[in-house]
Design a protein around this ligand. Structure first.
Ligand code: SF4
Ligand code: FES
Length: 267
């Protein structure tokens, strides 16, 4: 079922269930986001995507990323002064927790956010804005739930169960890939992959040709399992991408030359 919505005065038609964010983007209207990721379920944590809505006279400010449009007639405004005030307040709250995070500092500059009135806590080097992208990618895309939120209030953070190396972690680094602040640190050394905040410490498989680390054994075993292969073969015959390219190039060069009969004649 298609429904009608008005965004910044422009009428649009979207399938029912589309979020305000998706509807706005489909009309070329930009709304800032931090905790949102196209591949993940909405979470509504950062509150940077706030917009004003008017639903048959009921006005409110909502997070565009997790507000599904269920019926026609909603009027959305994405750039009013009330909206910007609310977004700036959300940004200040994030900055109060993580004053040193570059993506927040850049937004504060871009939005001319005055941080003087903010009681900035001492910068303890906190880089996690609690956006939950890492938790969601691990659960929804990788299917592992190696990490989750723990504790409440100011103590809230993402961690592995009991702050111990998580058994479920494959070392795929999807968490680091989606993290918007760089809080998830991945270190590769001495044939192991370490993922700092979760205490993950995984054995890497070495390239059969050059000996360079390719990927964690556990991750390869998981992928082989998905492909229906035996897990015991996980570390066997693995080449790094560079050696694989070189081998393919050498194999192609060794092919016998193919002789074409000459220019094709069109009768
Ligand atoms: S570690 Fe990164 S992705 Fe995970 S909640 Fe914190 S900021 Fe978000
Ligand atoms: S992007 Fe909507 S709340 Fe974070």
């Amino acid at each position: 079922m298609m429904i009608e919505v008005k965004i910044n005065g422009k009428p649009a038609e979207v399938p029912a269930g589309t979020t305000i964010l998706a509807a706005a983007r489909s009309c070329g209207v930009n709304i800032p986001t931090l905790c949102h990721h196209e591949a993940l379920e909405p979470f509504g944590a950062c509150r940077l995507c706030l917009v004003a809505i008017d639903d048959a006279g009921r006005q409110s400010i909502v997070a565009a990323c997790n507000y599904p449009l269920e019926h026609s007639g909603l009027v959305v405004e994405t750039g009013t002064s009330a909206v910007w005030q609310a977004r700036k307040m959300s940004l200040k709250l994030l900055l109060a927790r993580c004053p040193g995070v570059k993506v927040l500092q850049d937004l504060a500059r871009e939005w001319a956010v005055d941080t003087k009135d903010l009681l900035l806590t001492e910068d303890r080097g906190e880089e996690c804005i609690l956006c939950g992208r890492c938790v969601r990618v691990c659960r929804e895309v990788i299917g592992k739930s190696a990490i989750s939120f723990a504790f409440r209030g100011v103590e809230r953070r993402v961690s592995a169960p009991f702050d111990q190396e998580p058994d479920a972690c494959l070392g795929c680094t999807a968490c680091a890939f989606v993290c918007p602040t760089g809080a998830v640190k991945v270190i590769e050394q001495n044939g192991r992959r370490l993922i700092a905040p979760w205490h993950s410490n995984l054995e890497q498989v070495a390239c059969k040709e050059c000996g360079r680390a390719v990927a964690p054994l556990k991750m390869l075993a998981h992928l082989r399992g998905l492909a229906g292969e035996e897990n015991e073969q996980a570390g066997e015959g693995v080449f790094c991408s560079r050696c694989r390219r070189l081998k393919t190039a050498a194999a192609v060069t060794a092919l016998p030359e193919v002789k074409f009969p000459g220019p094709f004649m069109i009768p």
